[in-house]
Design a protein around this ligand. Structure first.
Ligand code: BES
Ligand code: ZN
Ligand code: ZN
Length: 485
């Protein structure tokens, strides 16, 4: 099911002279030695400047000092995406990227180089599984020889392991709903788990009934396909944490809205992406396992489609969760929070250090920040919350923190049950978060990725369709916060 990273990378300072070369350098470095034509291009901030036969300058412009350093890293990713596009267009099978990063510190040079490779690999992704002639649609660029590369083979491999997980998430999100049922997705989690050394347990419908997962069962009632609840566990002996970090992801494989039916187009027609959160947390735990981080991590993914059917759950239904909480359903399209509640209750048995959930939860979050950021909520202490936000900048998977103020919880008080699953017309992303918070009994982060999980157009190194957004960010946060400390 998953397309692997196709781009070969080779650290090598000697190569065939006839190969096309992209010299990656800062504009200031090039200015000194350039002819009039190149000086002119540099003045116009052209990113790829032809510099003779089979030669280009790939130019970084942002000045250090002028901006935070993370801006230059992002510039390197975007520059790499330009190189990838040009190589594809010109049908260059192999290229050399020749790094000349004079003027940066040693650690900055490494960061820029890693970011550049990251951008190159992320741009090289194509989803061609359903093309009758896939060869025609994959990128022409098959190999990059890295010259003047200061990063070790091991560090490069670590990066590629994380990016392999990003590819995995993109693939799953891009799978059509007639293929990716809840069971098919759970099977995919199982198979990848086997491959990377993550223990995977799949609860089937009868096990889900025994657990009294009221939300998942209610949403599933309209479906012809059984629900699944996947538990992924990575518990290495050398773990630095006693209590595990638990990840939770929304796994709605297709969201029609149920009897509160969505409209098409531009609303229902891309709802295959509604399992994006589930795929993301599977991707994160896989990346951690691939790189053997000494961290206990668990991922929980409740999954079903949401559609109308003869036995569909209905607005006005009241359901009772295994912890006794009762919920009045007033809109069957607010289904994500209902299935996440089961997982948040289930997470309690791990006595988690923290729980981080990812969900394509609300149109409201998407309207607030568009494709450029996710909406994030946190009950962690300020220091840790700040570190997560900072990691968002470092990886350019940026987030805006929204509040969990008490007042927003007023909106979901119910007259017949404890709470209801929708509030008023405003602040939908916050109200959804307040709903989830009812089930939370541990430090918690909620990331609403409705705007970032899936794009309607290519954006630099993010393709149209599934983006794999969030894997790099949380992976880096967990590694820095717990492993490198
Ligand atoms: N899956 C949707 C949210 C969504 C919308 C994700 C757009 C990605 C892009 C979710 O299940 C939903 O339908 N939410 C409703 C909630 C409302 C009925 C309270 C929404 O946001 O409109
Ligand atoms: Zn919905
Ligand atoms: Zn949904």
């Amino acid at each position: 099911m998953s397309s692997r990273i196709q781009l070969g990378l080779e650290i090598n300072d000697s190569f065939q002279e006839s190969l096309p070369v992209f010299k990656v350098a800062h504009a200031n470095t090039l200015k000194g030695e350039a002819n009039e034509y190149i000086k002119n291009a540099l003045d116009r901030k052209v990113k790829l400047i032809p510099a003779g036969h089979n030669q280009w300058f790939a130019v970084l412009y942002r000045d250090k000092g002028e901006n935070e350093f993370y801006v230059i890293k992002e510039e390197a990713r975007r520059l790499a995406s330009k190189v990838e596009s040009l190589a594809d267009e010109l049908k260059l099978d192999t290229i050399v990227t020749d790094f000349d990063l004079r003027g940066f510190t040693e650690s900055q040079v490494k960061d820029i180089q890693l970011s550049f490779v990251e951008g190159l690999v992320l741009s090289n992704y194509r989803f061609v599984k359903y093309k009758s002639k896939p060869e025609k649609h994959i990128s022409a660029l098959k190999k990059a020889i890295l010259k003047g590369f200061n990063v070790s083979e091991a560090e490069l491999d670590q990066l590629l392991n994380v990016l392999e997980s990003v590819y995995y998430v993109r693939d799953l999100v891009n799978e059509p709903p007639n293929v990716l049922t809840a069971e098919a997705m759970a099977r995919s989690f199982y198979e990848t788990g086997q491959e990377v050394g993550v223990k995977v347990t799949i609860l089937d419908k009868s096990a889900i009934e025994k657990e009294k997962m009221a939300g998942l069962l209610a949403v599933n009632r309209g479906s012809a396909f059984p629900p699944t609840f996947t538990i992924m566990e990575y518990m290495p002996d050398n773990a630095v944490n006693e209590k595990p970090i638990v990840l939770v992801g929304k796994g709605i494989v297709f969201d029609t809205g149920g009897v509160s039916l969505k409209s098409t187009p531009n609303n229902m027609d891309w709802m295959k992406m509604d399992m994006g959160g589930g795929a993301t947390v599977a991707g994160i735990i896989e990346a951690i396992a691939r790189n053997k981080l000494p961290l206990k991590v668990v991922a929980l993914i409740p999954a079903t489609d949401n559609r109308p059917g003869p036995a569909s759950y209905l607005p006005d239904d009241v359901i009772e969760y295994s912890d006794g909480t009762t919920v009045e359903v007033l809109n069957t399209d607010a289904e994500g929070r209902l299935i996440l509640a089961d997982a948040l209750i289930y997470a309690r048995r791990y006595d988690p250090l923290m729980v981080i959930d990812f969900a394509t939860l609300t149109g409201s979050a998407m309207r607030a920040t568009g494709p450029y950021a996710a909406v994030m909520f946190s009950t962690l202490d300020r220091d840790k919350t700040q570190k997560i936000l900072q990691e968002g900048f470092e990886t350019y998977e940026r987030m805006v923190e929204f509040p969990l103020w008490e007042e927003y919880g007023e909106d979901i008080k119910s007259t017949v049950a404890d709470i209801k699953n929708i509030g008023g017309p405003y602040a939908g992303a916050i109200i959804a978060a307040k709903f989830l918070q009812n089930f939370v009994k541990y430090p918690w982060v909620h990331v609403d990725i409705a705007g970032t999980a899936f794009l309607d157009r290519k954006m630099y190194y993010l393709p149209k369709g599934g983006t794999g957004w969030g894997v790099r960010m949380i992976y880096s946060f967990l590694k820095k916060e717990f492993v490198e400390k």
